[in-house]
Design a protein around this ligand. Structure first.
Ligand SMILES: [Zn+2]
Length: 420
């Protein structure tokens, strides 16, 4: 039972428009919001493709003066943010319309800070000893995700890496919330099966970990459960359609395909709203796997999820049983939920062990060190020690030969809590 004298504050302010083809509404919405000179921010690879071209067209048709900044690729770094801020100034822009995956959306949010704040974006690192304050105006941001995973479109933070050290830094402010979000499943129908599966498991892990996190936030709990239910219902279908396309089927206009993609966009957005509450031990493991072994974030979550759940079962069996009921698992218990997760992961074609993706036992010391320094696990329902992390990584099936070389030195501030 909660402390009867407890006090909590929560809010859900983002306006979200959902529907196939809703990109067509962005021009009118931008005009209604008083935008005149938006800067589109997108990934380099997406810039010449139909989603971005459609957006440019509808904005121009609405009479807006549009420019596009597309120098975003890979893991977003500070120099991309600085270049974006220069493009904003060069266009004399008054707003940002971000379209793309988590990287483009994060760069858009971070460069919005630099419009009226001086210095380098990493001076605003929320986990630095003395970060500069984000206390001035931030221009309006519209966001259109083209993947269903991070939910960055409804997040209040951006993860930006240092160009030199690759250390991930978190830029955080409620001012980074997008004013309008457009979830258009037509923007995600072309995603390959492996990306659909891994990003979808990231969304699912956000729902699971936020529901289990120890903070009091019943609104987030409700959103997390429905997001989880949608992942269970629609992730296998979205992956199946993607596999069909890979073998030549033309299903980009298939109504069931658009519906599955759309429900996964909603689930990803809901997962990110839910983790306003917090994340947990699984994300600390995933962040370590990305830093030490260069593993895809969603894939790392998918592999670590059952091991993290087994670790939490002794303190969270009731909540895990509720999740088993929500997804319709055959056995509505904590164990039943873990088996359901493992079955889903197999259905969508993702590997079940760290060994299968080349992470070896020799990486264990570094993985434990980085995971322990990550902030996410401090919100986990069960406290996590170094020995616990060691056991959890071993439970996830490490390989026994040499480990891949570490990609970069992790920073003491290494954490992407509040994002991804
Ligand atoms: Zn994540």
């Amino acid at each position: 039972m909660q402390d009867p004298k407890m006090l909590a504050t929560y809010a859900f302010p983002t306006s979200i428009t959902y529907g196939a083809g809703c990109v067509a509404l962005v021009g009118h919405a931008a005009r209604s919001a008083g935008l005149l000179r938006p800067l589109i921010v997108t990934d380099r690879g997406l810039a010449p493709l139909p989603p971005c071209l459609s957006l440019q067209r509808v904005l121009a048709e609405a009479g807006l003066e549009v420019a596009t900044f597309s120098e975003v690729w890979g893991n977003p770094v500070a120099s991309q943010v600085a270049a974006g801020a220069q493009a904003f100034a060069a266009h004399a822009a008054d707003s940002i319309i971000a379209i793309g995956g988590g990287a483009a959306l994060d760069v858009a949010k971070a460069m919005a800070v630099l419009v009226h704040h001086t210095g380098d974006i990493l001076d605003y690192d929320a986990f630095a000893a003395e970060p500069l304050p984000i206390d001035r105006e931030v221009p309006p941001i519209f966001a259109l995700p083209t993947t269903a995973g991070t939910g960055s479109e409804v997040g209040r933070s951006a993860v930006i890496s240092c160009d030199r050290s690759h250390a991930k830094k978190v830029i955080y402010s409620p001012k980074l919330l997008a004013q309008r979000v457009f979830l258009d499943p037509e923007l995600t129908v072309g995603l390959p099966a492996a990306v659909t599966a891994a990003t979808g498991m990231d969304a699912l892990t956000h729902c699971v970990e936020s529901y289990l996190a120890k903070a009091f936030h019943p609104m987030c709990d409700g959103i997390a459960l429905e997001g989880l239910r949608l992942c269970g219902l629609y992730l296998p279908a979205a992956v199946k359609f993607a596999e069909g396309m890979a073998s030549g089927a033309d299903v980009t206009r298939d109504a069931d395909h658009l519906h599955a993609r759309g429900m996964m966009l909603n689930a990803a957005m809901m997962g990110a709203v839910a983790f306003q509450k917090d994340l947990g031990v699984i994300h600390s493991c995933a962040h370590a796997l990305s830093t030490v072994s260069d593993l895809h974030h969603g894939l790392a979550n998918a592999i670590m999820l059952p091991a993290g759940l087994r670790f939490n079962a002794s303190v969270a069996s009731e909540r895990m049983a509720i999740m088993a009921q929500v997804v319709g698992a055959e056995d509505a218990s904590a164990d039943g939920f873990i088996r359901w997760v493992e079955a889903l992961r197999a259905t969508i074609g993702l590997p079940s062990t760290l060994a299968a993706v080349g992470v070896k036992h020799s990486a264990l010391d570094r993985l434990v060190e980085v995971a322990l320094a990550d902030a996410c696990h401090t919100f986990n329902p069960r406290p996590v020690s170094a020995a616990d992390f060691r056991a959890i990584f071993v439970d996830a099936g490490l390989g026994d030969a040499e480990a891949p070389k570490p990609k970069a030195e992790p920073s003491a501030q290494e954490s992407v809590q509040g994002s991804e």
